[in-house]
Design a protein around this ligand. Structure first.
Ligand code: ZN
Ligand code: ZN
Ligand code: FE
Length: 751
């Protein structure tokens, strides 16, 4: 008998073909295995019982990194195969395959580089079939060395032997390399002069970091800027050169025990930190932490991660202390990935550059996750995850391209039963960022070899992504409302069936509404096809538009005024002088550049300003994050009044109560906590009203505001107590980085 199998999933670049080959030969079967562009194609021929055994062991014993998404097979007549072979990859046909993300160094390779007797001792580009770079080195499919940035390096005899030996861990490891034949590192000063190479460069870099220098290090998906995390001076130098004064920076630790010394981590957090994806995990730092306070100012949390390339491991082991490891870029620009760019753009930021000669084919920033409500919630889904697809419970009749939004942007491709999500592209408000965005769209369409029949963009006419869609894909472009897309992404990753309806909460900073105003506190009844807006905050004005986003005190003034009227100026709450106050008030009254919004994120900003915590921000969501941190310090159970008036959630009674609390000396922590409790109550109360009316008990929580752990946990607990089933994000971020998934699903013609 002959069995023909077609397996799709994570079966390329994980040692699947060698595994199949060993298994088949062990059973005395003949035939072949080949990578096709959609997965793996296998034919085995021989005794029926042996084939059955092959089939059952295939699933049970498959390589640990592989994942089978689907397996179709047919029993056929003999084809007369003479032996079992690994055939050359088939590069034609449907390219909707699973390209693997970059995989952190495995424990066996770590042992190799730490063993003085191993020929890869201290070699920074060590990898094997189970680990190493993938997404960031692939130029085109199929995944073979010739199609990667390793093509320029010819394997030496020893490496070639490993590559061709089925029993070897490096059998068909495409980036296989060693000190004799592979890439190497080099240390340069900021003007580009070569200082030294190899182990000497590593030693020297360690000393330079110890002495307080800032070193740019070429990593997997781009450059990092490194400095001693325990040195306030080094951190200050990096901040002032990068002109990034307050936004928290990530810290890379040598190992998990050094993490435990500095941070209080739960078992789920430890699991996330040590996971093969090696994301940055947001955790609580210990009061005794030796990490400089300026790494994450005004915050008791820290974003930390472990080494994931051999180079990181070697560096951190020699250093024996944590380093700041932040993306090397200028504000709002994409991460630097090649030498030309590095020497041009980092010369005023880094003192030295540790580079290497393996090209980064595409950028990939570090991923960020946070454990909330006992789930791993992605805040940025990039390295380690991209471009893995989200599997959907239907098939796309034809490919759909989703263009994302504008902040934290990502794009997505819906093909077959998968939605492939791009790496983090970032905020689209610089020329370099929009160039990177366009590059990523072209890259995805070429890599996956598809022509989208439908392209989905946000409804916002001003978003770069929307205008790009109109320019490039005018005939096939459809738009979807921002908050509906948020809810769709949450519904699909929770496997909600096609005819499902949910009560959806899409809370974010702002998104374009169907009435052409800025929304952002949407309570909706949503299905895959449509969304009805049922509740939202009472709209308020933002004096100065975007300037008010930078300056929460302006939004606070607006809310103060609409709550207290002319008494507001006497309340003494606003940090503005009387003249400034009068000026902004006139802007509001005369409707000069003062758009209306109902964004929940803006209400959090305003609350942070009202309690005197933060009147001006230097990065996105700063005020809201600080408000959350304060609220965590209180366990007050009180909340403030609000009025549900038709579809409007009138926040004015809450603003009034906050002012009264502040006036009577209630602590900031308590007010911050009561504010959070109030938003949770708004969610519960409106959900109950909508359930009474519709009978719907599934509640989707999406939008950037739900990155707030106190709010999300409060909402999940409260909803469960009331018998609801809350749906939260675990595959894509609740922020705009997840919108592309919802857009792709919206654009799908389902089969
Ligand atoms: Zn390995
Ligand atoms: Zn070699
Ligand atoms: Fe949003």
């Amino acid at each position: 008998m002959r069995l023909k199998l077609h397996i799709t999933g994570l079966v390329q670049g994980v040692g699947f073909r060698p595994f199949v080959s060993r298994l088949a030969e062990g059973q005395g079967l003949k035939g072949y295995v080949l990578n096709d562009t959609a997965g793996v194609l296998i034919e085995v021929e021989g005794d029926r019982q042996k084939i059955r055994e092959f089939l059952s062991r295939l699933e049970k014993e498959k390589p640990s990194l592989s994942k089978i998404y689907s397996m179709q097979y047919a029993w056929l007549e003999d084809a007369g195969h003479g032996h079992f072979e690994i055939r050359k990859s088939d590069g034609t046909g449907d390219k909707a395959t699973s390209i693997l993300p970059d995989i952190a160094l495995c424990s066996e390779c770590l042992m190799d580089i730490l063993n003085p007797k191993n020929r890869r001792f201290l070699y920074p580009f060590t990898n094997c079939t189970n680990c190493g770079p993938r997404f960031t080195i692939i130029k085109s499919l199929p995944y073979d060395r010739g199609n990667t940035s390793m093509a320029d390096f010819t394997m030496c005899t020893a490496c070639g032997r490993e590559y061709n030996l089925p029993s070897d861990r490096r059998y068909h490891a495409q980036p296989n390399a060693c000190p004799a034949c592979g890439p190497s590192i080099a240390l340069h000063d900021r003007t580009g002069n070569l200082i030294c190479v190899g182990e000497e460069a590593l030693e020297k870099t360690v000393n330079l970091i110890r002495k307080g220098n800032v070193v740019a290090l070429k990593g997997l998906g781009g450059y990092h800027l490194l400095c001693d995390a325990a040195s306030p001076d080094a951190v200050e130098t990096l901040r002032s050169r990068k002109q990034r004064y307050e936004k928290p920076m990530a810290v890379m630790f040598p190992d998990i025990s050094s993490v435990r010394d500095e941070a209080d981590i739960s078992s789920m957090e430890e699991q996330a930190i040590t996971s093969v994806e090696r994301p940055i995990v947001i955790v609580r730092k210990k009061a005794s932490s030796s990490i400089a306070g300026t790494v994450s100012p005004d915050s008791n949390t820290l974003g930390l991660f472990l080494p994931y390339t051999p180079l990181h491991h070697l560096l951190l082991r020699k250093l024996k202390k944590p380093v700041v490891a932040t993306s090397a870029n200028l504000t709002d620009e994409p991460i630097v990935k090649d030498e030309k760019d590095a020497f041009a753009r980092l010369k005023d930021i880094a003192d030295y550059l540790l580079t290497h000669n393996r090209d980064i084919v595409r950028r990939c920033d570090d991923s960020v996750v946070r454990i909330i409500a006992e789930r791993q919630v992605p805040l940025r889904r990039s390295r380690g995850f991209a471009p893995l697809p989200v599997i959907v419970p239907f098939r796309f009749a034809a490919p759909v391209l989703a263009l994302g939004a504008s902040m934290n942007s990502t794009i997505a491709l819906g093909i077959e039963n998968k939605v492939y999500l791009s790496q983090h592209i970032g905020d689209l408000d610089t020329l370099r960022a929009t160039e990177y965005y366009e590059e990523t769209v072209s890259d995805f369409l070429r890599l996956f070899d598809v022509r989208p029949v439908r392209v989905v963009a946000d409804m916002h006419p001003g978003y770069f992504s929307t205008r790009f869609g109109e320019r490039r894909f005018s005939g096939s472009l459809v738009t979807v409302q921002h908050h509906h897309a948020h809810l769709l992404s949450c519904m699909i990753e929770n496997d909600m069936p096609e005819n499902a309806r949910v009560i959806g909460y899409a809370f974010d900073g702002m998104g374009y509404g169907t009435d052409r105003t800025l929304w952002g506190s949407e309570v909706m009844i949503a299905s895959y096809r449509e969304a009805q807006r049922r509740f939202h905050l009472r709209p308020f004005r933002l004096p100065g538009g975007d300037r008010a986003v930078q300056e929460p005190a302006r939004t606070a003034l607006s809310l103060l005024h609409e709550t207290l009227g002319d008494r507001a100026v006497q309340s003494g709450i606003s940090p503005f002088t009387r003249d400034e106050y009068a000026f902004y008030l006139k802007m509001i009254r005369d409707d000069i550049n003062s758009p209306l919004t109902s964004g929940m994120g803006r209400l959090f900003d305003a609350a942070a300003s009202l309690i005197g915590l933060r009147h001006r921000v230097s990065y996105q969501a700063q005020a809201a994050m600080e408000l959350e941190q304060r609220a965590f310090l209180s366990d007050d159970r009180g909340s403030y009044p609000f009025i549900l008036d038709g579809g409007v959630i009138d926040q004015r009674p809450m603003v009034e109560a906050i002012i009264s609390d502040i006036g009577s000396g209630v602590t900031r922590e308590t007010v911050a906590r009561r504010f959070h409790n109030t938003i949770v109550r708004i969610i519960i109360d409106t959900a109950r009203l909508l359930r009474e009316e519709t009978g719907i008990a599934h509640v989707a929580l999406s939008g950037g505001v739900f990155q707030n752990a106190l709010l999300l946990e409060g909402a999940v607990t409260g909803l469960r107590e009331q018998g609801f089933t809350p749906l939260i994000h675990q595959l894509v971020p609740p922020n705009d980085g997840g919108v592309a998934l919802g857009q792709a699903v919206y654009g799908a013609e389902r089969v």
